[in-house]
Design a binder for this molecule. Structure first.
Ligand code: HAM
Length: 421
């Protein structure tokens, strides 16, 4: 017996129907915001992912040598691949460039509910602008996708790494102290932050003020703190404008300012955001993104970039946990020839309907009416077409509604029109 590798999943046809249904909503929402779909390879040169994060990221990757001795890695995310693609081939495209993607990603994570080693991201990259209007639209897009997909309870958290580093600067925290407390900030472990900063000989009142600022939902508190810093003031004004647009133009009410959002990838700069589904517990983050810098690192002409990715699998889990009613596609017709010499006639009807975009299956096992009808119901067919000698003599078939059980004689010539309604 073979077993599926740890952290991977098979999807039944029912699960695939749910996934495809949600995928279509996500895709059409990206398109409605002016984005175009692209695709990149599943594996890349390992260096693409170590260029920014260093070798420490290799622990989290599926990396390997191919037969030619090249160091490769299965992609853990799609931002670096998309920017590699942009720098290689798309720099001359008119700006802003709005690209979206669906793709499976691979991370050597510890598997649990909502966290897998192979998972799917739906995401986008906005290249060539970072005006407050652009960033607000990006955040609104992420939120709208999840709303359109049907997730009811969402919490949007918005932070800003430039403001966070200004706060660090004002507290005169050296780089190594920042590096030490950053993951603790990411996990909101404020007691541990307090102890660490105490060990670094920072005054308790300063630590308390820092922890307050990391948790405040009130921009004016941060404004008062960095009021004498020109760059900081400018950044805060931009930040306020983005938030104003989210509230007024995009009518997003359920958001928090969370200056302590750090994000675990190393390329972010400026505004960052995350969207959580509180119903999911530990792995509740459905979406993460923000402004970032990779283009010049990859050898391109500098241009602003921002984007986000949402965890497609987690979105499905969130919908399931809210008892979402997924619309599942139904088969229009199941065709049953009552006699083996009517198979040719049945196939004529099958073909006629399929050519007219009616979804049709038919009795491949030649198992007779009652078993066929049972099977047709089990595969969610809406109608059955029964083809017998009597019907054919009248150029007709019997059409049975599998929900109501009602049946009627229908002329073959009228059949297509009936299904077109
Ligand atoms: P990320 O936060 O690492 O960001 O991943 C985005 C989303 O992918 C997460 O919020 C989560 O829902 C989902 N996800 C991550 N790891 C797993 C896993 N092991 N199993 C299931 N779902 C997972 C990025 O990847 C950035 N590239 C986003 C971005 C695009 N930033 C700018 N542009």
């Amino acid at each position: 017996m073979f077993q599926i590798p740890r952290g991977t999943r098979d999807f039944t046809k029912k699960e695939m129907q749910k996934r495809k249904y949600v995928e279509n909503i996500i895709r059409s929402t990206f398109i409605s915001f002016g984005y175009n779909e692209i695709q990149t390879p599943t594996f890349e040169n390992l260096e693409l992912f170590t260029a920014k994060s260093g070798d420490k990221i290799i622990e989290e990757l599926y990396s390997f040598k191919d037969k030619g001795g090249r160091d490769l890695a299965l992609r853990p995310e799609l931002t670096a691949p998309v920017i590699r693609f942009y720098v290689e081939k798309l720099q001359m495209e008119p700006k802003p460039l709005k690209l979206f993607y669906f793709g499976n990603c691979y991370r050597y994570d510890r598997p649990q509910k909502g966290r897998y080693r192979e998972f799917t991201q739906a995401g986008c990259e906005l290249i060539g602008t970072n005006t407050p209007e652009a960033i607000a639209e990006l955040i609104a897009l992420a939120y709208t996708i999840l709303k359109n997909a049907g997730v009811k309870k969402l919490v949007l958290n918005i932070g800003n790494l430039n403001i966070l580093s200004l706060i660090f600067k004002k507290f005169k925290l050296p780089k190594e102290q920042q590096t030490y407390i950053t993951p603790l900030i990411d996990k909101s472990k404020y007691d541990e932050i307090f102890d660490a900063l105490k060990d670094f000989k920072i005054k308790s009142e300063d630590i308390n003020l820092l922890i307050d600022l990391l948790q405040t939902k009130n921009i004016s508190e941060i404004k008062d703190f960095i009021i004498d810093d020109e760059k900081g003031k400018e950044e805060l004004e931009r930040f306020e404008k983005i938030i104003g647009l989210l509230i007024n133009a995009y009518e997003i009410e359920n958001y928090n300012i969370k200056i302590g959002i750090v994000r675990s990838l190393d390329y972010y700069k400026g505004v960052v955001f995350e969207i959580d589904a509180p119903s999911l517990g530990a792995e509740k983050q459905l979406c993460g993104g923000g402004s970032y810098e990779l283009v010049s690192l990859f050898g391109g002409r500098d241009t602003p970039t921002a984007g986000f990715a949402l965890g497609f699998d987690r979105t499905i889990v969130a919908l399931e946990s809210e008892n979402y009613k997924f619309e599942t596609p139904k088969l229009d017709v199941y065709v049953i020839p009552l006699d083996s010499n009517l198979i040719e006639k049945a196939l004529e009807i099958v073909q006629l309907l399929r050519k007219n975009k009616v979804s049709v299956d038919w009795d491949l096992l030649k198992r007779g009416v009652s078993k066929s009808l049972k099977y047709a119901s089990s595969i969610n067919a809406k109608h059955a077409i029964l083809i017998g000698q009597n019907e054919i003599k009248q150029n007709s078939i019997t059409l049975k509604d599998l929900k109501t059980g009602k049946q009627k004689l229908v002329k073959i010539n009228d059949l297509v029109e009936l299904f077109m309604k």
